[in-house]
Design a protein around this ligand. Structure first.
Ligand code: GCV
Length: 613
């Protein structure tokens, strides 16, 4: 009988047993894991001062691993993964680039997951805690193996009864959950409802009101009594109908600082999300340009936040679209602690049905945002209760790569993906090359058959899977492309909405000028006529047609490559079934998008391929 948990271990499949399951500390977990590695001898020495860091040096036939309290475990996994992949165990010192490497789950207490594509919650069901401790330990182990050290277990949209997570009724169970993660160096974080005091008879949530301040101080004291190493609170305020300080005419510095002061005596961190925009926009209003919102709300507050506040900013100025430029806010607050937020959950990127490996996208991001602009990193989780945790077995590559990228933002996507392929499937030679190439190219392929050239938002409203060129055009969300018979896109340059002015000089100039703005972002920044000639000499309309047809052809090629891969069951069957759906999706996107632009523009495809009248 197949062991369901082994099936779920993705890149940790090479560890046959689960001896670390009874470990009480990262050191014990490191010993237990290393003990089962045949052909690899590692002596472990604890040096608390090293913290998350470690060093590995060759000693006789084996290695000496020195590490801090959690560093020993990270070093052990690093050595084991290299050994299992047939690579040299890396010698020398290593330490994570970011101290806080967070995973944000959007799990609701009812058991559903907002934007979850791999089953129900691993933590909750029916309005209460409901989890399999063994599975949670496996999860902790997987997170530790790639260095993720904080997990926020509940949705930033805090729905009933998740507010109980910081109330006495649920705190004993929260403490039990924290204890499962602790030996793996993973600390819990909680999303809180900004207006929580009002549930308890406080008349307001005004951050300057002494009663509100007192309520949060006392609440933090209580929570930390149960979970003394809680990483902190995560807050979504004044965003998409969540309560926040704006109601009281206060700034987000007022709101965040008030909560941060309550956490400070306990060493907690207040992570405050900057995903704030007008989600009730009138499409007739051309003065408001949504990507400009976060910068407007926060940039002027630089330097006004408490030391234990971290502002968490999505990678792009919209919302995890397939291609966006770097959010200008990430480059605008040097006196404030910032966290970069990625989304592993494939909300706009194929719902873990379509294959979409993210590391190449992240590399592009870091090319424009030096890693030193932020002090922490977070990613929206792609995990759920499916046997393999991620729905599509290949979606696990994104969690794996996220951990390694959070540890070292300079990590090469190429190497990280290859390591995942080898550890997960033990493929070699042409088979490994084929899977590796398929994953490396998967984002670009998806991009080609979906919305073109940085346009964004041509997706089915609400669900966000499949094409709908007009779906968001007259909506409240500030998501418009304004395609007409001659042209498409919003002018976000100086002569348009002025968005480009939010960037530092080098990026501003690059995006402002059509000659230097990369083709793949041209429709994000500029309104272009269909006969505009792109860098490669093709007209815009022809480029749209070509990209979509190419994307569909590439998806078909991916299906052929996938079918020839020697994957174990059940991954093979799951991947094959999802690939059928990906092909249908790709075809639909291609035909709908091309037909949409053809009907508007009346311009025929120069190559005479089928587009529908
Ligand atoms: C958790 C987008 C998603 C929402 C999500 C929100 C956010 O709008 O569609 O589901 O809510 O981002 O990041 O807060």
């Amino acid at each position: 009988m197949k062991n369901q948990m082994d099936y779920g271990l993705s890149w940790l499949k090479f560890l046959p047993d689960q001896p670390s399951m009874t470990a009480k500390t990262p050191l014990e977990a490191a010993h237990a894991e290393l003990a089962q590695m045949e052909g690899l001898h590692v002596d472990v020495q604890l040096e608390p001062a090293l913290g998350d860091g470690f060093s590995i040096e060759k000693r006789g036939d084996g290695y000496l691993l020195r590490g801090g309290e959690t560093g020993v475990l990270y070093g052990a996994y690093r050595a084991m993964m290299a050994h299992a992949a047939g690579q040299n165990v890396p010698e020398g010192e290593d330490a994570p680039y970011y101290a806080l490497r967070m995973l944000n789950c959007w799990d609701n207490a009812e058991g559903d997951i907002e934007r979850g594509y791999s089953g129900r919650s691993l933590f909750f069901e029916g309005g209460r805690f409901a989890y399999d401790p063994a599975r949670i330990r496996q999860l902790a182990r997987m997170l530790a193996s790639v260095g993720v050290n904080v997990i926020c277990i509940n949705n930033v949209n805090v729905h009933n009864p998740a507010h109980k997570l910081i109330e006495e009724e649920w705190l004993p169970q929260l403490a039990e959950l924290a204890a499962i993660f602790r030996p793996f160096g993973v600390r819990l974080m909680l999303s809180i409802d900004y207006a929580h005091p009002m549930r308890h008879g406080v008349a307001t949530a005004d951050p300057l009101d002494p009663e509100v301040q007192r309520w949060w101080m006392e609440r933090a004291d209580i929570v930390y009594r149960y979970v003394p190493d809680l990483a902190g609170f995560l807050v979504k305020a004044d965003s998409e109908h969540r309560p926040g300080p704006f109601t009281y005419g206060r700034t987000h510095a007022d709101g965040a600082n008030m909560l941060a002061r309550a956490l400070a005596p306990h060493g907690g961190t207040l992570v405050w999300r900057c995903f704030v925009y007008n989600c009730m926009q009138d499409w007739r209003d051309t003065a408001t340009d949504r990507p400009m919102a976060a910068y407007k709300h926060y940039a002027y507050l630089d330097g006004q936040f408490e030391d234990n506040v971290i502002l968490q900013i999505k990678n792009g100025p919209f919302d995890f679209q397939v291609r966006e430029p770097v959010s200008p806010l990430l480059l605008a607050m040097p006196k404030t602690h910032l966290a970069l937020e990625f989304q592993l959950a494939q909300e706009y990127t194929g719902h873990q049905i379509d294959i979409y490996a993210m590391p190449p996208m992240w590399k592009e991001h870091f090319a424009d945002m030096p890693p030193s602009c932020v002090q922490a990193i977070a990613a929206v989780s792609n995990l759920g209760r499916d046997d393999n945790y991620t729905g599509h077995p290949f979606a696990a590559v994104n969690l794996f790569a996220y951990g390694l990228t959070a540890w070292n933002p300079a990590a090469e996507p190429d190497e990280v993906i290859r390591l995942w392929c080898r550890l997960t499937y033990g493929l070699h030679g042409a088979q490994e090359d084929a899977l590796h190439a398929l994953l490396m190219g998967s984002r670009r392929t998806y991009e080609k058959y979906t919305a073109p050239l940085g346009l964004c938002w041509m997706v089915e409203p609400h669900g966000h899977y499949g094409p709908s060129p007009m779906g968001y055009e007259y909506a409240l969300w500030g998501t418009y492309h304004k395609a007409n018979r001659d042209a498409v896109g919003i002018d976000r340059t100086e002569s348009g909405t002025g968005y480009t002015a939010q960037y530092p000089e080098a990026l501003r100039t690059r995006y402002e000028n059509l000659e230097t703005c990369p083709d793949l972002l041209k429709l994000f920044f500029h309104r272009l006529r269909y006969d505009y000639v792109m860098d490669d000499g093709r007209t815009l309309i022809q480029r749209i047609y070509d990209d979509h047809f190419e994307g569909l052809e590439e998806a078909k090629e991916m299906a052929r490559v996938l079918a020839a891969l020697d994957l174990p069951e059940p991954d093979r069957a799951v991947a094959a079934e999802r690939m059928e759906r990906q092909l249908r999706n790709a075809r639909e996107w291609c035909d709908v998008t091309n037909t949409f632009f053809y009907r508007l523009s009346g311009v025929k495809d120069a190559k005479g391929r089928t587009i529908y009248d």
